[in-house]
Every structure is written in C-alpha cells, then in structure tokens.
Design a protein around this ligand. Structure first.
Ligand code: NFE
Ligand code: MG
Length: 507
C-alpha cells in the first residue's frame, strides 16, 4: 500500500511530519510525528519558581504570553491556594493581553500558517495550475487562477490583497496595543505571580482602545464578508465543495477546554467556560482524569502519567514502535480535540455546518467566530481597567506547595503543573494544546485527533504531476493550527546541541 510522507508539514512553528497510508486514492491510516526535541520542563527544575514563567514563555515565539500566564497561575495556586485572585486590575490586564494574543494569532493562521492553502489551491482538492508554491517558500507566480480549476473567487491576488490590507494591519495594531500592557512583544514582561507591574494611565488606555477599535472594525468586516457573502455563495453555488469540505477532517469528536479569562465584574466567572464533551456527553473538567501516555513517544516508559506525578521527560530516541517526540494526553482515556472549535462548542457559541459535528470547514469558521468574540469584548475590558487602583498583591508570598495553572491559548487547552519544595521548583509539567491535537497513538492504539481527522481524506494520484495531491490532507492538519515548538518544549538540559535524523525509520 503506498505511503505518502509530508515532511516538513508545518510552515513555521517547529518540525512536524505526517505519514499517510493511501488506498484507492483515500487515506486509510495516518501517523502524526513531532520531529524536534526541546526540553524546557527540565530547565526550570531546581530554580527559583519565579524563573519558570520567564523561561517557559520561551517555549514558543507565537503564543509566548500564554506560557508565562499559565505558569504564573500554577505558582499562584501552589503558593496561595485554589481560590486566590490577584487584584482585579491585574486580572483585567492579563485578560487584555490574552485577548490580543488570540486575535493576533488567529490572524497569523490566516496569513501564513494556513491561508495560502486556500489562496493558491482550489477549494475542491485540485490545485490551480501555475499557482503551486514550493514548500516553505513564498508564492512565485502572481497569475490568477484559471477558470477551469475550482478556485471560486479566491486567487493569489486576492490573497495578497487580504494580507496587505487586512491581516498585517491587524497584527501590527495588536502588537502595538499589547506592548502598552506588556512592555514589549513577543514575550511580554509585566505579569508575575501576585499581579502585574504595569500601571496604565488614562492616555495609555485611550491609545490601546483606539488601536483595538480599529482591529474590531476590520475583524467584523472579514466576519461579515465570510458569513454574508462567502458561505452563502458556497452553499448556493458550490454544494459539491461544501459537501467535500464538511465531510473531511472530522476528527475524534471529543472536545476539551479548561476555560479562560476570569472576569472580575462577573464574580470571576470565565469569559469562555471550560468543559469536556466525550462521545456527545458533557462533563465538567476534572484534572485528575488527564494522563500523558508515552507508548509511541520517544521517552522512557516511566516518563508518562498524570501531570502531577510524571517524572521529568526522559528521552529514549529509537524506542521500539515509537514515532514521535509528542506525548499522548488522554482524558478519561480518550483523545480530545482542543482549540477554537472545542471552545466554541463547549460554550455553545458555534453551530457546526457539518452534520458530523466537526469538519475542516467548521474548524476554520470556529476560529473566525472566536476572533470576533474577543474583538468585541476587548474594548470593554480596556475600559474596565481602573487607573490608580492596585495591580500587585503585596501579600503574595512564595511558599512550598503544588498547583495547576490552566488557560486557553489560541490553539487550545494549556496546563502547567508546579511543585515547590524548599523554595525551589521540584517538579514541572506542561501539557500543551498541540500535544493533545498532534498526539500519537495511545496504549490502547487509539489515534490522536489529527491522525483520526485524516482518515478518509481524498488523496488522488496526479498523473500529470507524478505524485499524490495531498492538499486536502495538508489543509486538515493545518486547520488544527499545530505548533510543534509548544507541543514538545524540550532542549537538552546540558545545553549541548542534540543531533538526530529528522526522518527516522518509521514503524
Ligand atoms: Ni507555539 Fe501554543 C498555542 C501553546 S500550541 S503556539 O496556542 O500553549 O500547542
Ligand atoms: Mg509536556
């Protein structure tokens, strides 16, 4: 049976590879592989716990703020207990930073991480001749799509126009606004256990408000175009395309979200709530139900377990049967999809177009839904900051204990766990969104969400080009917005360069 390997898979954000088994032009099996080994969970051990948020922010240059935030929440829980809240102003400023991160990041997805897959190729699975771009390179042709290819209205010129007139301005405004609250971007530096160190003046708030109002207007324009023109056009004129993109990329149909952004004005209820949907049933989150498995990961078998009990990850490259540096997190033993679609479904804020409850198209549209939600609310959050009121809790004290931080970065549910002993970090674990979505098989052989989503995808053999056309498989993987830097988060603790072949023998 033909094997098709897509490697590298991600445009930026670490090294991912996908292996497909193809039969009769369809994917019949799939393997998701994280091909980089990093290691920040080990780097923070035996250090002052307050180093952890600063070091762990460097897990990723894309969702940088979220690891700092989640680490801070874990430390606050460990030191001050489960019900601890820093001053309301600090919570508001942290929420604003998160909201801006979400909008910026969803725009990045459209800009480089997934957008070109739709601009350069037709939606129905055939690519537009003359517009194919080599991997990792900018498009070299500016020819418009031929009318014979099913490209709808999307072509490379429209993509460039979208990029220059919509997405880059949004990203620029977002970063300018985030720097007002975070001091700099990426890796903002104002949040710390006990609060934040920034005291925005009324003029700062007015400037941030003006920038984010502009962002809101642009996001709303895109949203209105997509729902007012693009989707109706698709449904009316191209039912075959709708059929195709709502029937592929369905996934495991289990969804998990921890919830995010406690709102002081609403008794600290989360702006987006947490919950888990397994086989259609809804549960509240119980962190004890989470386990990271390593049967198919390049770690020693004792490296897995519940996040509060796992030892630091011990690499075992070459382990028999293993094929990824990513672990396999499971909830009640089940693989779960995390991310915008999971959040929107858990919060009843999105109704899937696919009658299967999830699809490639639904994952993309849920991300847009979430961008609009943040853009609408962030203006009120900026207005809610009260200049002159405290931003730091002087009663915060570093104490021994253990704690969880949970949060919702753009790509989904994020958990950090810390144990503090004798004033030092004695144990640390991060269970990261892409670890869930891009996970390999588990002890029971259950595939991860991306692996499952790929099954059944049409991968026709292109006689003329002499290879399989994998664009739909690529789109499905990228609809999860994978970030491998986040998913693996490890470097060698001795600071030595570690060399491994990036295309090892596969099982
Ligand atoms: Ni590197 Fe990240 C987000 C986190 S994904 S981007 O969003 O945490 O695994
Ligand atoms: Mg981890």
């Amino acid at each position: 049976m033909p094997e098709v390997v897509i490697d590298p898979m991600s445009r930026i954000e670490g090294h991912m590879a996908i292996k497909l088994m193809v039969e009769d032009g369809q994917v019949v099996d799939a393997w998701s592989m994280g091909m980089l080994w990093r290691g920040l969970e080990r780097v923070v051990l035996n250090r002052d716990p307050r180093d952890a948020p600063i070091i762990l922010s460097r897990i990723c240059g894309v969702c940088h703020g979220v690891h700092r935030q989640t680490s801070i929440l874990a430390i606050e829980h460990a030191c001050m207990g489960e019900d601890y809240h820093p001053p309301d102003n600090a919570i508001r400023i942290r929420n604003i930073i998160e909201g801006i991160q979400e909008i910026w990041d969803h725009a990045a997805h459209l800009t480089v991480l997934a957008g070109p897959d739709y601009a350069v190729y037709g939606l129905a699975g055939k690519y537009c001749p003359g517009l194919r771009q080599p991997p990792w390179a900018p498009p070299t042709s500016t020819e418009t799509a031929t009318s014979s290819a099913p490209c709808l209205e999307i072509d490379i010129n429209r993509y460039y126009s979208l990029l220059h007139n919509v997405i880059l301005p949004v990203q620029k405004l977002c970063h300018e606004a985030m720097a007002i609250f975070g001091g700099k971007v990426p890796h903002h530096m104002t949040a710390l256990p006990g609060g934040v160190t920034v005291t925005p003046s009324p003029a700062d708030l007015a400037l941030a408000y003006a920038k984010m109002r502009e962002v809101k207007n642009i996001i709303e324009e895109v949203y209105n175009y997509v729902w007012g023109t693009f989707v109706p056009h698709l449904l009316d004129e191209h039912p075959d395309v709708v059929e195709a993109i709502t029937n592929i990329g369905v996934g495991v149909k289990n969804f998990l979200a921890y919830g995010v952004c406690p709102v002081p004005e609403n008794n600290y209820a989360k702006f987006l709530d947490g919950g888990v949907i397994i086989n259609g049933d809804r549960y509240s989150i119980d962190l004890n139900e989470i386990e990271e498995q390593v049967k198919y990961s390049w770690y020693t078998d004792s490296s897995g377990g519940k996040p509060s009990q796992e030892p630091p990850p011990e690499p075992y490259y070459g382990k028999s049967g293993a094929y990824s540096w990513i672990k396999a997190p499971r909830y009640m033993g089940e693989p779960c999809e995390v991310g915008p679609l999971a959040r929107m479904l858990v919060n009843n804020k999105y109704t899937p177009i696919s009658n299967q409850g999830a699809s490639l198209l639904d994952r993309v549209l849920a991300r847009l839904e979430e961008a609009k939600l943040y853009a609408e609310n962030i203006l009120d959050w900026i207005l809610s900051v009260k200049p002159g009121q405290p931003v730091y809790d002087t009663d915060f004290e570093l104490r021994d204990g253990e704690g969880f931080g949970t949060w919702e970065p753009p790509r989904g549910a994020l958990l950090h766990y810390i144990r503090i002993r004798d004033g030092k970090t004695a144990a640390y674990q991060c269970v990261v969104p892409t670890t869930w979505n891009a996970s390999p098989r588990d002890v029971n052989g259950k595939k991860g969400p991306i692996e499952t989503a790929l099954i059944g995808t049409p991968v026709p053999y292109d006689e003329e080009a002499g290879h399989y056309d994998v664009i739909n498989a690529v789109r499905i993987v990228r609809s999860f917005d994978p970030c491998l830097a986040c998913a693996i988060h490890l470097i060698t603790p001795k600071g030595e360069a570690l060399r491994v072949p990036v295309t090892p023998l596969l099982p």
